[in-house]
Design a protein around this ligand. Structure first.
Ligand code: ZN
Length: 416
């Protein structure tokens, strides 16, 4: 896909100062930093077919469902236009049905890819043996034989060999976002965007939940920050020189909402009265996400008085609290040896459920010895411990600002 646009240099060119400076300024760190790298790509050539840069998402933030609907509306309009071109006799009812059926099939194919149920048909491979539409028709036949449902059931006209749809347009829709699974150095996922197409590469993980979060994160970049390229979640932040924390947070938020939509996540939580980490594990399996992702989603949902935190032997890695939990409650930077989390991390002692703890085990505040909290901790990946705290005492919400804590300290570490 990216081979359509390239510019070559021979190493002997570098003796020529002008050519060298052209090369240098195209690939230098400075060019990356000031955005001229992207401008140069834009200048090189235009993508083929119906691809166009819509500029909808430049810098602006759009809610998940809004951007997805815009994307779908765009597909709908384009498909309808080209279907009518392919067969002028189609009436509007037929057009609507054909467009909807085509989108349903594409979405269902993507779903089968995501669940790793279907390994032969990949939407981004449509067009690799014949043309994209012919491949789509062949794939539809194959999947109809397997799944025998409504979606792939042949429709007169739409599935006829004589119905030929513009290949550039349809190929472009199929190629818009492809996901590859490949080893990556120093980051978990990348997005290389070009015009209205992009390739997301995700580092394979033994946890499908992590992989799915990474894919959803890149879809977020693709919908919200189109036209930019990303290296996401470098193990070493310094390496990740193109990192932009605001964009990363937006993509994380997008992923979290895409994988755990409020309308089904909230009832799942409600069904468990005061969920422990065991309950969250069940919900994580149900939504096919990691424990980290589900506990962060629970905190941001802001329905329960909780703080979620992650510690290593070196101390607090990140924490996130429901936004109605007062910021005055300042988490200890090192695990107290009375905490269950300490035993989980240092002694491997399992902690089976929520248990009472004096609040001073968890908070630095001088008045913490007056309250109790509930704690549940369990081992997480890479020698970390995941902690769920309930601030159940209503008085913890009523006390004022703690004068003894240093002014201006913020207790919100970065989280995924
Ligand atoms: Zn990212």
């Amino acid at each position: 896909m990216l081979q359509q646009v390239y510019k070559g240099w021979h190493y002997s060119d570098f003796r020529d100062a002008d050519k060298f400076s052209e090369f240098y300024w195209l690939f230098s760190r400075e060019a990356h930093a000031d955005g001229s790298y992207q401008r140069r790509i834009d200048e090189l050539a235009k993508p083929k077919g119906g691809a166009k840069q819509r500029g909808l998402f430049k810098g602006g933030y759009q809610p998940v469902d809004e951007s997805f609907l815009l994307e779908l509306a765009d597909y709908r309009e384009t498909l309808a236009k080209y279907f009518k071109k392919a067969d002028i006799s189609l009436d509007s009812a037929e057009l609507t049905e054909f467009v909807q059926r085509t989108l349903d099939r594409l979405v269902f194919m993507r779903f089968l890819e995501d669940k790793q149920i279907e390994t032969e048909v990949r939407v981004s491979n449509l067009g690799k043996s014949k043309n994209a539409w012919a491949d789509f028709q062949i794939a539809s036949r194959r999947l109809d034989n397997i799944y025998n449902g409504i979606v792939f059931k042949p429709l007169p006209k739409l599935d006829d060999a004589s119905f030929e749809v513009d290949d550039d347009m349809f190929g472009d829709i199929c190629e818009r976002l492809d996901v590859l699974y490949e080893e990556l150095n120093g980051c978990e996922a990348t997005l290389v965007g070009f015009g209205s197409k992009a390739i997301a590469t995700v580092r394979p993980s033994s946890s499908r939940g992590r992989e799915r979060f990474s894919v959803a994160h890149e879809i977020g970049h693709w919908l919200i920050h189109r036209g930019k390229s990303f290296r996401c979640r470098a193990d070493d932040l310094v390496q990740n020189y193109s990192a932009n924390i605001r964009f990363e947070k937006e993509a994380d938020e997008f992923a979290s909402h895409l994988l755990m939509p409020t309308s089904i996540f909230r009832p799942a939580i409600k069904a468990t009265n005061k969920p422990s980490l065991n309950d969250l594990q069940g919900i994580a399996e149900q939504f096919e996400v990691s424990m980290q992702a589900v506990s962060i989603r629970l905190a941001t949902l802001d329905t329960l008085p909780i703080i979620v935190a992650c510690y290593t032997k070196a101390g607090l890695k990140w924490s996130i609290r429901a936004s109605h939990v007062p910021k005055r409650w300042w988490l200890r930077s090192q695990l107290d040896d009375d905490s269950f989390a300490y035993d989980v991390l240092h002694k491997g002692t399992p902690c089976n459920n929520l248990g009472k703890q004096p609040a001073e085990t968890w908070f630095e505040n001088d008045d913490a010895d007056e309250y109790e909290v509930l704690e549940h901790s369990m081992p997480s990946t890479n020698g970390q411990v995941l902690v769920l705290l309930y601030l159940n005492d209503p008085e913890m919400f009523e006390v004022g600002f703690d004068q003894n804590l240093k002014y201006g300290r913020s207790n919100n570490a970065r989280s995924r």
